[in-house]
Write a protein that binds this ligand. Structure first.
Ligand SMILES: Nc1ncnc2c1ncn2[C@@H]1O[C@H](COP(=O)(O)OP(=O)(O)O)[C@@H](O)[C@H]1O
Ligand SMILES: [Mg+2]
Length: 264
């Protein structure tokens, strides 16, 4: 049996005595495409923050490719091959798409260490265009990022995160702020490019139609705990999930509320 890519073991994290993540254990295999659902406040973002090193758990362990990464910094974890997107894309607004992506690639090339010779600018530009083409946003290369459509910003943010060739990509509500019509197109492009890269993907999503369409496996959170984990149809039909997540396909998500994303 091959070892899991990611292993969360009995993770716990409380804020002011209230458990945000409460004894969460789960594993993610290579090349899996997994959705995470759960009502607002269920602990989904806190879980992602722990896995990516932005928060330290009170107890429990995160293992990646067999090694303990629980106490590593976000930068060290990124270097090992776990990246995330934020609910709001992290971009330099006054620079073009090309320049933003060049910066991301230069940073990734540097952190990959000394076995890589420094790349010439034209080589970097070629790589960036390859990356942008993968996400079907190369036509925007010369546009300033401040003026981009929301969906393109999201794709760019994730394309940039992919420049370090991660093995695991964590997406926290990648379609938030994107219109209903654009959501499917965004997810089609996003997931196609990510699957193509060979990375495993864990995405948090409120829209049950999207979850049903894209997840190969579904994990439901409630009050900091995993209440269901398995085939999407089975998880969505689970009475507990239906009660807590309110997840009949087609239902609108609950209103936005501040989340721990502000930490980032
Ligand atoms: N940095 C923080 N400080 C205090 N409480 C937090 C913080 N981050 C999250 N919480 C609380 O932890 C719980 C889980 O939040 P979160 O992980 O953001 O949920 P979700 O992403 O599922 O909506 C909520 O009750 C939230 O208010
Ligand atoms: Mg959240």
């Amino acid at each position: 049996m091959t070892e899991p890519l990611l292993e969360a073991l009995r993770l716990k994290k409380a804020f002011d005595g209230l458990a945000a993540v409460d004894d969460v254990s789960l594993t993610i295999a290579e090349r899996e495409l997994v959705g995470i659902i759960g009502a607002n406040g269920a602990g989904k973002t806190t879980f992602v923050n722990i896995v990516t090193g932005y928060l330290k758990p009170d107890s429990g362990q995160v293992r990646f490719r067999g090694g303990d990464i629980t106490r590593l910094t976000p930068r060290e974890i990124t270097r090992l091959g776990i990246v995330r997107s934020f609910q709001v894309a992290q971009l330099f607004p006054d620079l073009t798409v090309l320049d933003n992506a060049l910066i991301a690639l230069a940073v990734a090339a540097r952190t990959e260490g000394s076995f890589f010779r420094p790349l010439k600018r034209y080589e970097l530009v070629e790589q960036v265009f390859g990356l942008l083409r993968g996400f079907a946003i190369d036509a925007y290369a010369a546009h300033k990022t401040a003026a981009l459509p929301q969906g393109v910003r999201k794709l760019l943010d994730i394309a940039m995160a992919m420049s370090g060739r991660p093995r695991l990509v964590l997406l926290d509500e990648p379609t938030s702020g994107v219109s209903k019509d654009e959501k499917f197109l965004l997810m089609d492009r996003l997931l196609e490019a990510l699957v193509q890269s060979g990375a495993s993907v864990l995405f948090i999503e409120h829209d049950m139609e999207l979850v049903e369409r894209y997840a190969q496996r579904l994990i439901a959170f409630n009050e900091g705990r995993v209440i269901a984990d398995g085939a999407p149809a089975a998880v969505l039909a689970d009475p507990q999930v239906r009660a807590f997540v309110g997840g009949a396909p087609g239902k609108q998500p609950q209103g936005e509320r501040p989340t721990s994303d502000a930490l980032a």
